[in-house]
Design a binder for this molecule. Structure first.
Ligand SMILES: [Zn+2]
Length: 133
């Protein structure tokens, strides 16, 4: 069992023995799948492939945690006296990035991911819905 992740948008799905037939986000007719079509990965595959994050100071107290995966999503680590906040979390953070974040004081709180990173579902009308899991 694995939690498959769409390689196009980065949406992660619930556990399964195989990837979903399509991504509810990228399967929308307004989206673009690319020449290779729908792709899937898992956190274990990303780790085995050497996927790495990049932490980049953006301004005092604000660090971007970059991701060359999917749509190039970037989380923000907001540093504060009361504790750091991870804003707009990304799907995968490698061990080196975790160590760097711990060195910076760790994470006291984090924001909910945007709807595109939640488990999208189709309602009875065929429209996409999102739920935070
Ligand atoms: Zn997708």
């Amino acid at each position: 069992m694995a939690n498959y992740i769409c390689t196009i948008c980065g949406t992660q799905y619930g556990e399964g023995n195989s990837p979903p037939p399509s991504c509810a986000v990228c399967g929308d007719e307004r989206r673009y799948l690319g020449w290779d079509g729908q792709g899937w990965t898992t956190l274990a595959e990303m780790s085995a492939e050497g996927y790495r994050n990049e932490l980049r100071p953006l301004e005092p107290g604000l660090i971007g945690i970059g991701s060359p995966f999917a749509v190039g999503h970037r989380a923000m680590l907001v540093r504060a006296q009361a504790g750091n906040v991870l804003w707009d979390p990304i799907r995968f953070i490698d061990e080196r990035a975790v160590d760097q974040i711990c060195t910076l004081g760790g994470i006291e709180a984090f924001s909910a991911p945007p709807p595109r990173l939640c488990n999208p579902k189709k309602n009875s009308h065929g429209n996409s819905e999102a739920s935070i899991t």
